[in-house]
Design a protein around this ligand. Structure first.
Ligand code: URA
Length: 239
């Protein structure tokens, strides 16, 4: 039988317990146990799906992949690394920075709201792909309020100035003069270009939801947290 093996320090690091260096220290000081026995070495090999690994007596849940939601603030890039500018990865913990997380799709520098961070490339691909039919909802403020004619044009599928064809999209005016935009694709500056093509340039843009997952409004701008299992499933909910 194939038995996956992993070094104890690698397992703990993938779980985001601490930095590699701190992990070696934790093991040396006897605070990590494997199947009830204090681990003697960082190099101990084990099956991450079977071994009972505890830190200070508390069980460590091994997960291959990680999923977080971030309330993206304005002024940071949706990228993993930029020599000069701050990115969303500058907002998370040092442990999370070691997981190899990246943003699921991109929000513009000035766009705020729901951004997923993961190290699961297949998941990210499925969420982004228009073929998955996962609706992304944005709230936009525009220079002039949108109207029924704008909504009808969105529903028909807009053709942008450069000939780009958009899939049918939802547009709903809100009582405060802003609007909700529902799209299943994420072309470059898509929402801004769609509204600009109607003569309603965007002045503020915030993503509220992806599939069935809403931004947790208790997260302050720059705040983040791990997704619950049920929230992770809700992301994939189709239109
Ligand atoms: N559409 C845009 O124009 N910008 C974003 O950040 C997201 C969607």
């Amino acid at each position: 039988d194939f038995m996956p093996v992993m070094r104890l320090d690698k397992l703990l690091s993938e779980c985001g317990v601490a930095s590699r260096k701190e992990i070696r220290q934790l093991i040396k000081s006897g605070r990590v146990s494997v199947d009830g026995v204090p681990a003697a070495s960082s190099e101990l090999k084990l099956d991450p799906n079977k071994a009972l690994v505890c830190l200070d007596g508390a069980k460590i849940e091994y997960a291959k992949y990680h999923y977080y939601m971030l309330n993206k603030p304005a002024g940071v890039l949706s990228a993993t690394d930029d020599g000069r500018q701050n990115t969303v990865l500058d907002l998370v913990t040092p442990e999370m920075r070691k997981m190899g997380l990246f943003p699921v799709g991109r929000l513009d520098k000035d766009t705020t709201g729901l951004l997923l961070l993961t190290d699961d490339g297949d998941f990210a691909h499925r969420v982004i792909s228009p073929r998955s039919e996962i609706v992304k909802v944005y709230q936009a403020r525009t220079e002039a309020p949108v109207d029924e004619a704008d909504a009808a044009a969105f529903a028909d599928g807009l053709i942008l100035g450069d000939g780009t064809k958009c899939l049918p999209a939802g547009l709903k005016p809100l009582p405060d003069g802003s609007c909700l935009v529902e799209v299943m694709e994420g072309k470059y500056h898509q929402v801004k270009r769609m509204l600009a093509s109607r003569g309603k340039p965007v002045t503020e843009l915030k993503r509220l939801s992806i599939g069935g997952l809403k931004l947790d409004e208790s997260l302050l701008p720059g705040g983040f947290r791990a997704l619950e299992q049920n929230e992770l499933c809700s992301v994939m909910k189709k239109k």
